[in-house]
Design a protein around this ligand. Structure first.
Ligand code: ASP
Length: 434
């Protein structure tokens, strides 16, 4: 089978890019008729989702168990600080760009609204914080509740870390056995990730083809300005905030992007930070040289609470809706948006489209309720229509942010193996997987 030979011999990223280009073209040429390929994309997303919880549980337990509890606290605080800070900048950039581009200005929407997605209640912040503590950790894992799972896995891993230092040799040996077991489980999952990545180019082709098939050239109607604004703000955040942060940490931004590309492209096409997590972890370990003790904690946490792209999107879209309904946001309202968008992005799940649901929470905070029949609901439905396009960019930035902060924290902690960044190092070779 010649083409099979070609497929497995070709560099993975080249194959993914071919899938991306061919999928976009097929979507534009065939339009909605291309939808029959969507199961090929769904399989890819399902495969990624399949490994998320096991990867998180195993790597987090091993990660937490590998470092002394005092260190875990230091890593956690640094990561949390950086995550929150960058998200604050993100909303501010979204608002600034929105004010310059003024998407939706002069539209003056009125009348009844269409759209079936109205009336979904966003959870309160207090509730979100309380629910981090699981009543039943096993249920948290089976339900795919990321924050609860992180909480339990860290607790468990810390327990193992303490017992590995125990004075009682029996307890020490038992803890070492538990550690070795979970370490083995984590390694097995990484192997499975590598296998799944082999399917990525086909999955990417199907996912992109369906998006372009559905949206078609109409996607570039009155909403083109929103799309341009969101992407301009995403790019600005990447160039100013992330590059600035990397330079502060003495990490070369371009080299970083090149090495992190697989995770960024996966996030772009899957539109899910959670789904991209196994790839981000693979990239952190093998391409960026981050120690497991750092990334096993910072990446799942980032995929859950750090959504800079989502925060930017929310900033731009709130402005768009304000302009579109003829009630542009004043300065005070925009300050409120900064606060609520940071909180909303923290509460946004790393799955496709969830940022659009949390947008309602931000809209409520400035008195724009999404209620059926209102012009706000109408403007909101318009955004909802192109959500896939916006979600791709924001998810790519969300994942980039997780990796930037992870590298930064690793660097400060002396846990970044920079030898693998050298051009001739094995990790710098083509992103080929077994
Ligand atoms: N899809 C985004 C993510 O997974 C979340 C969002 O919808 O904004 O990161």
């Amino acid at each position: 089978m010649k083409w099979l030979h070609w497929y497995f011999r070709t560099n993975l990223l080249v194959r993914i890019l071919i899938g991306l280009a061919a999928g976009s073209l097929a979507g534009i040429v065939f339009g909605p008729r291309i939808e029959w390929v969507s199961p090929l994309g769904d399989v890819f997303v399902r495969l990624l989702k399949l490994i998320v919880m096991p990867v998180v549980v195993f790597t987090l337990i091993v990660g937490a168990a590998s470092i002394h509890p005092a260190r875990l606290g230091r890593v956690g605080i640094k990561a949390l600080l950086l995550y929150t800070l960058t998200t604050g900048f993100a909303v501010a950039i979204g608002l600034a760009v929105g004010n310059v581009f003024q998407p939706g200005a002069g539209m003056k929407l009125a009348g009844s609204a269409a759209g079936g997605s109205m009336g979904i209640a966003a959870p309160s912040l207090l509730q979100t914080v309380l629910e981090i503590v699981p009543l039943n950790p096993f249920k948290a894992i089976t339900d795919g509740n990321m924050l609860q799972t992180i909480f339990f896995a860290i607790l468990f891993g810390m327990g193992v870390a303490y017992l590995r230092e125990s004075a009682d040799p029996r307890v020490r040996q038992a803890a070492d056995t538990v550690f070795a077991f979970f370490d083995g489980c984590a390694e097995v999952m990484y192997k499975v990730v590598n296998w799944i990545l082999q399917y990525a180019p086909i999955g990417v082709f199907a996912l992109i083809a369906v998006v372009f098939g559905q949206q078609g050239p109409e996607a570039f109607g009155p909403l083109a300005m929103v799309t341009v604004s969101v992407y301009a703000a995403l790019l600005l955040h990447l160039i100013v905030v992330y590059s600035g942060l990397l330079v502060i940490f003495r990490i070369h931004p371009l080299k970083f992007l090149v090495r992190a590309r697989e995770a960024i492209v996966t996030a772009f096409v899957t539109r899910s930070s959670g789904g991209t997590l196994p790839v981000s972890m693979d990239v952190a370990e093998n391409k960026l040289g981050v120690s497991k003790g750092v990334y096993s904690f910072t990446l799942p946490l980032g995929a859950t609470i750090n959504m800079d792209g989502t925060a930017i999107y929310q900033g731009v879209c709130v402005l768009f809706i304000g302009f579109a309904v003829g009630a542009p946001l004043d300065f005070g309202q925009q300050m409120t948006v900064i606060l609520t968008a940071v909180l909303a992005s923290i509460g946004t799940a790393g799955v496709p489209g969830s940022g659009a649901i949390m947008l309602m929470m931000v809209l409520n905070s400035v008195g724009m309720e999404v209620e059926q029949g209102t012009s706000v609901a109408m403007a909101y439905s318009m955004i909802f229509g192109i959500d896939a396009l916006l979600d791709m960019g924001r998810t790519a930035l969300n994942v980039t942010g997780d990796l930037v902060v992870t590298c930064g924290v690793a660097k400060v902690e002396g846990e970044l193996d920079e030898t693998c960044w050298q051009a001739d190092a094995p990790g710098a070779a083509a992103p080929e997987v077994v």
